[in-house]
Structures are given as structure tokens and as C-alpha cells.
Design a protein around this ligand. Structure first.
Ligand code: G4P
Length: 534
């Protein structure tokens, strides 16, 4: 086996996703503890933008500084090099999360056993479905009185449109939580609350008729036997292929806070989760074991050190080997670039790396060359796909407060939109600049950063748009006419693509009916979207 092939087979790149508060941070931390990447609990917590910080942008700035270091956490577990990508917990940064999902090969979805499927869970799964990302579900907080396990599985299937397959099964819950039975390996794992360190105490019971079960579980033993029999009768067996296609989700139960059920989850993850997968580009599919290097930028982080205006571009390697100081081809700019100080996230602190392989995420210092979605290759002109912009939900017009700083404002808006902080739309007719975001918080971040980093000040004027839809048509004349007639509601995105700004759901509906030759898209990447998302 070639070195490249060996490196690929060693790696698994994934993200943990959840509705805020379900336990993503806690589970991340436990994974890192198991992987030996951190020594004590509590280390990841600081990465979280607290819910109380809804309007505290100074706090966000501080957090941003911390989070760049923990954006990618790499650790080894059972001979597997695991790259865990962090996603922001705050819902206003949902788009950041969506983009991060383009850089992973699978996800672990955390569900709160008390709350079940929540709004953000559904939206995240929608994004996973766009790329058929394999999903493992972890139902958390079994130490609380949560909902019935079967009911939770039904809800997952119904709301997330995915078949589930329990891999472990909870015995009791809340105060009476006894443990989980590992259906995958026929092992009984008894619960000891408040466990801070990693325990290996697992009782192997191959046969559920074993009387030891009665001794350990007392009156829960028969219930377990019945439920396991029911599961085996009703749920299809775990099917690796269906999981890989994103059609079947294996489900684990546990309590991240109590370190319970986490080892089963992690062990199954390293066994079944995919190695770096091929990626679709505008020209062809790129396989990870191709000798030539390729990768794409999915995230840009600015101003980690206030004394330096550098940005860091996060690049996911898709094929071949990345090498320090080698010239690579920036396909959008048609330019050769080399990187003197690329860094890895493998160690506890940032380290300059010499080489990196498919599945790895590397940080590249960027003097303004990169936009989200940019591709680097060894010379082939291609562009990776699957990094769409989604329609924002809030829109505000930018009013320049200081005409002497117009240039700075324009530059700041352009760079911040390239970083993906928000989307910038230019409306030619009214000479308006419109910022679109998912949440209110970004407006504060933008305002603050424009002032701090670019010396520009502006005010935001709310505009009541409901959605921005990218518009296309097979008939160029029909599109031209549409753009002309609706000029007051047409703007262009940062790539110069036309979008229709609809004032309400109803207007969008009527416009669709009036212009049957026009296609309205909710994301900027239409092929990915077709037939899957909307
Ligand atoms: P998030 O990243 O998905 O937003 O969730 P996070 O891990 O921060 O967990 C949210 C809250 O749920 C935290 O409590 C955390 O301690 C708690 N939690 C996580 N896993 C479990 C579990 O298995 N059982 C129980 N009972 N609670 C759990 P908090 O009070 O918001 O924060 P903190 O004061 O504990 O830091």
C-alpha cells in the first residue's frame, strides 16, 4: 500500500452537531479526553459562545480568538487519526456550521433525550442530506427523566427522514438509569453517575438469558429482554452501506456529562465512519488517493491577533499530499502560491507542518487571497463544489456614517463577506448595499469589526425582505426580461450572481407563478440543491 493510501485509511474527519444545549461541547470534551488530546474536563468549555452573550460583541471577539485554536481538534484513538471540526453553538452562526459540514466526511448528531428533535437539529440534518453525509446519533442526558426511547427513535425517523438502528439500548432513565446494553457487541455497561475519569468497566454478557443480568438489573432485567427482542424484530440490522449513503443512522444512548456511553460511541465511530471520501468538483470527481494535491477553503478567520491583520484560511485537503513551501495553483485567481508557515491542529498548540494528507484541515496565513470555496491544486483548473450560500433571513441596508471612509467601508464589507460573516448584496438600481445574515448577532459583529479593523462606521437600516433567491432560467431572454421588470428587487451577490429579494412568502409564490420560466433557488449552488433540499 502506498504511503498516501495508508495515510488516507488512518483518517476520519467529522463534526459533532446539535441544537444548542443538547451536549455537543460536553461530548467533544469527552472525545478529547478519550483521545488523550486533553487531560482535564472543562478545557473545551471556554470555546463556547454563551447564550447570554447575545449582544456582547466584545465577548464574541474574545471567544473568536480562542475558538480558532479549537476549530479543529485532532486526536488519535485506536490507531485512527480523528479530525474533529468544531461548529459554533450559537444559532446566529448557523451558516458557519453549514459550511463546516462541507469539509467533513460524517457527523455525530447529539439529541437531548428530554427535548428530542429540535429546530436546529432539523436544519442541520437538511444540510447533511444535501450531501448524503453519514450520520451517527447520540441520544444524550439519559441521567435525566427524558422521553421514551422508542418514541425518540420514531421522532428521529419522522422529522429527520432517516431510518434509525439502535446500537445500544438504555435501561431505565433519570434516577433509575441503570446503564446501556450494547446491542452491537452484546455487552452490558452499568452506569456509575458522576464519573470524571474514563472507565473500562464493562460486563460482557453474550446471552440475555444469563442470570447475572437479573442480579445486576433486578426488575429491569425482563424489561430489557423484552425490549431487545422487540428491537431485533422491528429494526433492520445495521447496514454499513446504508449508513454510508446517509440513509440509516446508528443510534447510541448515554450521558456525555457522566462519561457514559461515550466509549461505545467513539469505538463504533472509528470502526464504521468513512475515511476521507471523494469530492465533487465542477469538472469531475476527485478521489483522495490521486497523487496530485487538491483542497478547498471552507472557513476564513480574521484578526486572531489584533496586532496583525492576517487572516487564516482553513483548507480541507481532498487529494494528494500538501507540502510546505511547494507552489500550488489558486484556480480562481489563476495564480501560484506557496505557504511558508502552514499550520496543523494536531498538537495541543498550533504547529507548523511540513506535510498533510486528505481529510486533514490545515491553516494557511492569508494576505487576502482567499474567499470561501476557493480551490488549490497542482495545476488543474477545477473548483470544488458543495459550498453554497444559503438565503439569509435578515436583511439590512448599509448606510455609510462617514463619507470620508467610503473606501474603507467598501473594503471591510467585501472582506467580511468573503470571510462568510454575512452576505453582501449590491442593488444597482438603488445603489444600495444590503447585508443578509441568519441572525441579529452578525450585524453587531460586522459593525464592531468595521470600526475596529477598517476604521469605518455605518448604520444598519432594516429592510423587510423575507428571502433572497438566486434566479436562473434556461431561456436567457426570459431571465433578462425578469431582471429588468423586477429591477427594484434584484441584487447581485459577491460572485455577481443575480438574486431576487422577495418581500414575503406570498410575493415569492405569486412571482414564481407569474414567471414560470424562471427558477428560484434557496442556495447559490443549484445542482446540489436540485431534487434534494427543496
Ligand atoms: P451544547 O454544546 O450542545 O450547547 O451543550 P453543552 O455541552 O454545553 O451542554 C449543555 C448543558 O447540558 C450543560 O449544562 C451541560 O453540563 C449539560 N449536559 C451535557 N451532557 C449532559 C448529560 O449527559 N446529562 C445532564 N444531566 N446534563 C448534561 P449547563 O448548566 O448549561 O452548563 P454548565 O454549567 O454545566 O457548564
Amino acid at each position: 500500500m502506498s504511503t498516501l493510501q495508508k495515510e488516507i485509511e488512518k483518517r476520519k474527519t467529522f463534526a459533532i452537531i446539535s441544537h444548542p444545549d443538547a451536549g455537543k461541547t460536553t461530548l467533544t470534551e469527552k472525545f478529547l479526553l478519550f483521545g488523550g488530546a486533553i487531560q482535564v474536563a472543562g478545557a473545551v468549555k471556554s470555546n463556547k459562545i454563551k447564550k447570554s452573550a447575545t449582544s456582547d460583541f466584545m465577548e464574541i471577539e474574545r471567544q473568536r480568538g480562542i475558538s480558532v485554536a479549537t476549530s479543529v481538534m485532532s486526536f488519535e484513538y485506536e490507531n485512527t487519526l480523528v479530525n474533529l471540526l468544531d461548529t459554533p453553538g450559537h444559532k446566529d452562526f448557523a451558516e458557519d456550521t453549514y459550511r463546516t459540514l462541507t469539509a467533513v466526511d460524517s457527523v455525530v448528531l447529539v439529541i437531548d433525550s428530554v427535548k428530542g428533535v429540535e429546530t436546529q437539529t432539523e436544519r442541520l440534518m437538511e444540510v447533511c442530506r444535501m450531501r448524503n453525509t453519514p450520520v451517527i446519533v447520540f441520544i444524550n442526558k439519559l441521567d435525566r427523566d427524558g422521553r421514551d426511547a422508542f418514541e425518540l427513535l420514531d421522532e428521529l425517523e419522522e422529522k429527520l427522514q432517516i431510518t434509525t438502528r439502535p446500537m445500544s439500548w438504555p435501561i431505565g432513565m433519570g434516577k433509575n438509569f441503570k446503564g446501556v446494553y450494547n446491542l452491537y457487541e452484546s455487552k452490558l455497561n452499568l452506569f456509575q453517575p458522576g464519573q470524571q475519569k474514563v472507565s473500562d468497566e464493562v460486563i460482557e454478557i453474550k446471552d440475555l438469558a444469563d442470570p447475572r443480568i437479573d442480579r445486576y438489573l433486578e426488575n429491569y432485567a425482563d424489561e430489557l429482554r423484552e425490549e431487545v427482542e422487540f428491537i431485533e424484530g422491528v429494526y433492520d440490522p445495521f447496514d454499513l452501506e446504508l449508513y454510508m449513503e446517509g440513509l440509516q443512522a446508528p443510534v447510541f444512548f448515554g450521558s456525555a456529562l457522566n462519561n457514559f456511553g461515550v466509549r461505545e460511541l467513539l469505538s463504533a465511530f472509528v470502526k464504521i465512519a468513512p475515511n476521507p471520501l471523494p469530492r465533487q468538483s465542477d469538472k469531475r470527481e476527485v478521489a483522495p488517493d490521486e497523487a496530485k494535491f487538491s483542497g478547498f477553503v471552507f472557513k476564513i478567520h480574521a484578526n486572531i491577533d489584533p496586532n496583525h491583520r492576517n487572516r487564516i484560511a482553513f483548507l480541507r485537503i481532498c487529494s494528494g499530499k500538501f507540502e510546505r513551501n511547494k507552489f500550488f495553483y489558486h484556480t480562481r485567481l489563476d495564480k501560484k502560491l506557496r505557504f511558508n508557515t502552514p499550520y496543523s491542529f494536531l498538537a495541543r498548540s498550533k504547529e507548523i507542518l511540513e506535510e498533510a494528507y486528505p481529510g486533514d484541515i490545515i491553516g494557511l496565513y492569508d494576505a487576502g487571497y482567499f474567499k470561501i470555496g476557493d480551490t488549490l491544486t497542482e495545476g488543474e483548473k477545477l473548483q470544488f463544489k458543495g459550498i453554497p450560500s444559503f438565503s439569509p433571513e435578515r436583511f439590512k441596508e448599509v448606510l455609510n456614517d462617514d463619507p470620508l471612509k467610503t473606501k474603507q467601508l467598501d473594503k471591510g464589507l467585501k472582506q467580511l463577506s468573503e470571510e462568510g460573516v454575512a452576505q453582501l448584496f449590491i442593488q444597482e438600481t438603488a445603489r444600495r448595499k444590503i447585508i443578509g445574515t441568519v441572525g441579529e448577532l452578525q450585524f453587531e459583529v460586522i459593525k464592531y469589526r468595521l470600526k475596529e479593523e477598517y476604521g469605518a462606521s455605518c448604520t444598519f437600516k432594516p429592510i423587510a425582505f423575507h428571502k433572497a433567491c438566486w434566479v436562473t432560467s434556461d431561456n436567457p431572454e426570459a431571465l433578462r426580461q425578469f431582471l429588468r421588470r423586477k429591477a427594484d428587487y434584484i441584487a447581485s451577490d459577491t460572485h455577481g450572481l443575480p438574486v431576487f429579494l422577495a418581500e414575503s412568502q406570498w410575493i415569492l409564490k405569486v412571482t414564481r407563478e407569474d414567471y414560470p420560466e424562471i427558477q428560484f433557488h434557496n442556495t447559490s449552488e443549484f445542482k446540489v440543491e436540485s431534487g434534494k433540499l427543496h
